[in-house]
Design a protein around this ligand. Sequence first.
Ligand SMILES: Cc1cc2nc3c(=O)[nH]c(=O)nc-3n(C[C@H](O)[C@H](O)[C@H](O)COP(=O)(O)OP(=O)(O)OC[C@H]3O[C@@H](n4cnc5c(N)ncnc54)[C@H](O)[C@@H]3O)c2cc1C
Length: 388
Amino acid sequence: MTFELSADQEMFRKVVREFAESEIAPHAARWDREHHFPVEIMSGLGGLGVFGLTAPEEYGGGSGDFTSLCVAIEEIGRVDQSVGITVEAAVGLGINPILTFGTEQQRQRWLPDLVTGRALAGFGLTEPGSGSDAGQTGTKAVLHDDEWVIDGAKQFITNSGTPITSCVTVTARTGTMTDGRAEVSTIIVPAGTAGFTVEPGYDKLGWHASDTHPLTFTGCRVPADHLLGERGRGFAQFLATLDDGRIAIAALAVGCIQAMLDQSVAYANERTAFGAPIGSKQGVAFQIADLKVMADAARMLTYRAAALRDAGRPHAEVKQAAAVAKLYATESAVTATRVATQVHGGYGFMEEYPVARFYRDAKVLEIGEGTSEVQRLLIGRSLGLPVE
Ligand SMILES: Cc1cc2nc3c(=O)[nH]c(=O)nc-3n(C[C@H](O)[C@H](O)[C@H](O)COP(=O)(O)OP(=O)(O)OC[C@H]3O[C@@H](n4cnc5c(N)ncnc54)[C@H](O)[C@@H]3O)c2cc1C
């Protein structure tokens, strides 16, 4: 087992890295400072094919693979976590549900713009009263005169209010099943639909250049054929969507760890204290050595999960590997930003150095698309433990 990427995947990594270093890195600090969503680079990213990696050619995609998507997210995340999460959410939460569960008509309508970066879509699962316990959907949708009438609210929805957002898919309670549990379905809501309000964006700790909004639905009506997939399968659909998303978030965390490693090595060679580079002190060098271990281990777990997914391995195996990768990579990313900031000393606390931005950005990796506790829960269950 070598875990090497193919020649094509390595070539793709090089292309994305060059784009990230020339078109994103020089602006990342300013976008973060100004809380600017960089809509201007979406078409460039689309030109590279990053949004279409998992989509077939008939919808404008590149018939690539999930592993290549992880490569792209890692490389973008190495310079800018906000743009990395924008791409991750655009594909994992925006495109994938429509691609996987949509009718031919829905795919033809939404995918061509989404896979080229001309448009973005969001996925509204989380609500003010339910995040980890997302099955407790409070948003309701009632079928009335061949239209779904949606009422409720969604919380923390990525890519839901950008200038090019074309739609959001939302989970809603559409009835009650015979066993008394909620019947949850997924519905596509086009941007600009009356009764669908994108509330002002959040004041976040990090990911300042990514787009996140609360959404409200008040008597919002969409045609009945905007139901995504089968009625009552919304819960199963979002669980499947999140399995893939977790591998992609792990890739974003790998990019973060690699950035912390690269920047710490450079700084430890350049900064002197007590007459020598700080990297000559074991107390510094050993911390950086640990970053290398984290980068390698997180990368292997992430690409193993992606490879299992690309190979079409059994769902339970992919699900467990995704949770393992997400848990380890994201917790390591938070540790890596703490270590890198420490290596940079007082300068690490200044926004002049990217480690400060990565320090703020990393925390949410342990929260989005399933918290660390939820990953441990999934892993525990996959081991046959009766964990609640
Ligand atoms: C910047 C950002 C972007 C996001 N983007 C999206 C998006 O695009 N779409 C979307 O739908 N959601 C999105 N989310 C929401 C995100 O997925 C949730 O915040 C996350 O799943 C946690 O839910 P919660 O915030 O309600 O926390 P809660 O579920 O209330 O959890 C609070 C704490 O309790 C712990 N906890 C809960 N249940 C258990 C349990 N059974 N065992 C042990 N511990 C438990 C949690 O781990 C956590 O530590 C985003 C969030 C953020 C911050």
